[in-house]
Design a protein around this ligand. Structure first.
Ligand code: AGP
Length: 595
């Protein structure tokens, strides 16, 4: 998804800082980059399609005068990735520059009207209507801030917008609706940005603008106003994420760094126990149904919620994909608790579902990004403590989400035994990380495969789905996760000689049956990679390869641990392939702010 940054500095050049900040949003997925500053009643504009490094080499993005400006990384929606479609976009007089993240749904109608009024468009983007509309309203005598307020009456869709105008030196105006935007207050420098990594180096005092509020950055401070021009006294939150947390810290990629941070992510999330207990105390006795709602990896974490809450707390539990929520959730009521799981807290599908659920039911969000939209819209919040996750493929946030779900389910059921098992999970994960050479060697063998299967039963089934998703996302190899018992109902027809099948075999009630499934695929020539407990090693001798895990990891806590070798396998396969960057897989964005 696109990323935006805006800044106003005192006596400093904005372009180098804008370039540094926008580079920190590369992880969001992008195809073009651009920066605009203003000085001496002139907009300086540099932009093009391509990676930031390439465009900087070609255009020297740092070399622009002006102490305020805006920057953008574009993830094409309307129009190909090329120089003309890159942001910032200007009005015809080149006095106004705009960056935008999101989609203006009625841009075609607005464009037609503006063309009728004599406005000429250069790009195919939906965004270009904004500088022309600002131009139109400023020509009626409005300042940039009030012109932007008027634009919001006209445009429909989702947006985070930042704009500058040569007639208003030292000012950046910005707003948002259904797209993320934070405001950073530094020492004599003020920022707006789509996400924390962009500004952590410069500002850690953060304001979270609500939908439709207008932010004005000046050299002397920040003002936030509502739609009626009233100044709002916004709360300032100091966040404890450090700039180093958003750096690679000696690792080759963010993904492997984040896989290695999973022990800490779990330990830190376990510190939320008291908060979770309070939520459980308030809700217990007042709910008779739980519905989880999420997308992608967060959906896989949610599936574990069903396996835990139903048997342990005896409360019927369903899990829905957020994008399907409005078609299937017709029976919510005040006794239903709807739990939203999200790393970013900004996923459009999940946010939409949250708004619907808020009308009838109790809502709880389990979210990683502090101050994100979901944390402000849900009635209850559990903050996972994974720190910033930059790699597009979720790893440490997945195990943190699981930790929060285990805490919630364990406390709801009063299951101290389960809760105490969580304490040792970070050690089990570290044991696997010490054995990562074994996975590295396996990746050499498997990197040429065209299809992979992942099998798991019961608690291990969501792990199979998540393992397959990690493989698809970052290696571009086709992978499918199946409930081990489901294979014989169709997909077994695809199993052939040499197809890798990863079978998850944690110790517990399901082990014996999953072993039969292992035999089914082995008999058809599959190359089986068995992942199970050391003590069960003898049972796995028919498998082509074996990866062993601590015996204490039973099937109930296995989801927190057995995913780690699967993450590592995907990572090592990805980096063994030429031109594949596991941190920024093609076509994907870290935060999906469109439905
Ligand atoms: C996971 O590796 C993906 N990046 C993706 O499936 C992600 O989990 C999904 O888009 C949901 O995002 P969220 O957790 O930020 O809501």
């Amino acid at each position: 998804m696109c990323g935006i940054v805006g800044c106003v500095l005192k006596e400093k050049k904005a372009a180098p800082i804008l370039l540094d900040s926008i580079s920190k949003l590369e992880y969001r997925g992008y195809d073009s980059v651009g920066i605009a500053t203003a000085v001496d009643r002139k907009i300086n504009l540099k932009k093009d399609a391509g990676k930031i490094k390439e465009v900087d080499k070609k255009l020297d993005l740092k070399d622009m005068e002006g102490s305020f400006g805006i920057a953008h990384v574009r993830w094409a929606t309307h129009g190909d990735p090329n120089k003309t479609n890159s942001h910032p976009h200007l009005n015809m007089d080149r006095t106004i520059a705009v960056v935008h993240n999101g989609i203006i749904e009625n841009s075609a109608e607005i464009k037609e009207e503006l063309i009728g009024e004599g406005y000429k468009f250069k790009s195919e983007t939906d965004t270009e209507v904004i500088p022309h509309l600002l131009d139109k309203y400023m020509k009626t005598g409005l300042d940039l801030e009030n012109a932007l307020r008027k634009v919001l009456d006209v445009i429909h869709g989702s947006y985070a917008i930042a704009a500058i105008c040569v007639d208003e030196p030292g000012r950046v105006v910005a707003t948002r609706k259904d797209s993320p935007l934070i405001v950073g207050i530094g020492h004599d420098e003020y920022f707006v940005a789509s996400d924390y990594p962009a500004i952590l180096k410069y500002a850690r005092d953060i304001i979270f603008p609500e939908q439709g509020e207008i932010v004005v950055l000046n050299p002397d401070g920040v003002t936030v106003k509502d739609e009626y021009d009233n100044v709002i006294n916004k709360e300032v939150t100091t966040i404890n994420w450090s700039p180093e947390m958003a750096e690679k810290g000696g690792y080759d990629h963010f993904m492997i760094k984040e896989i290695n941070e999973q022990d800490t992510a779990i330990q830190n999330t376990l510190t939320q126990r008291e908060n979770v207990q309070q939520i459980v105390d308030e809700l217990k006795g007042d709910i008779n149904r739980v519905v989880f709602v999420a997308c992608g990896t967060s959906y896989h974490a949610s599936l574990i919620g069903k396996y835990l809450i139903e048997p342990l707390a005896g409360i019927p539990t369903e899990v829905l994909l957020a994008s399907e929520f409005k078609y299937s959730a017709r029976t919510l009521d005040e006794k239903t608790l709807v739990i939203f799981i999200s790393q970013s807290g900004e996923t459009a599908d999940t946010l939409k579902a949250l708004d619907i659920a808020n009308e009838t039911s109790k809502t709880l969000a389990i979210v990683n990004v502090v101050g994100s939209s979901m944390t402000r819209r849900a009635q209850y919040v559990i903050q996972t403590q994974a720190g910033p996750e930059i790699g597009v493929a979720a790893t440490k946030t997945y195990v943190s989400q699981l930790t929060a779900i285990y805490l919630f389910a364990g406390l709801l059921a009063g299951d101290e035994e389960l809760l105490s098992k969580l304490e040792k999970v970070p050690d089990y994960i570290n044991e696997i990380l010490k054995d990562c050479d074994v996975i590295k060697q396996l990746s050499v063998k498997y990197r040429y495969a065209k299809d992979f299967f992942y099998l798991g039963r019961g608690y291990a089934y969501p792990t199979a789905l998540e393992g397959a998703l990690k493989l698809k996302e970052i290696t571009y190899i086709h992978g499918e996760g199946y409930a081990a018992g489901e294979l014989k109902h169709g997909p077994l027809a695809l199993i052939d000689k040499g197809i890798p099948v990863v079978v998850l075999l944690p110790p517990g009630d399901n082990l014996e049956k999953t072993m039969s499934n292992l035999e089914e695929v082995r008999a058809r020539g599959a190359d089986v990679l068995a992942i199970g407990a050391r003590k069960d090693k003898e049972q796995f001798t028919h498998a082509k390869d074996i990866f062993l895990i601590n015996d204490e990891v039973d099937e109930i806590i296995a989801p927190l641990v057995y995913i780690v070798p699967l993450q590592l396998l995907s990572y090592y396969v990805a980096i063994s392939k030429e031109g594949v960057d596991p941190d920024k897989p093609k076509n994907l964005a870290k935060c999906v702010t469109v439905e």
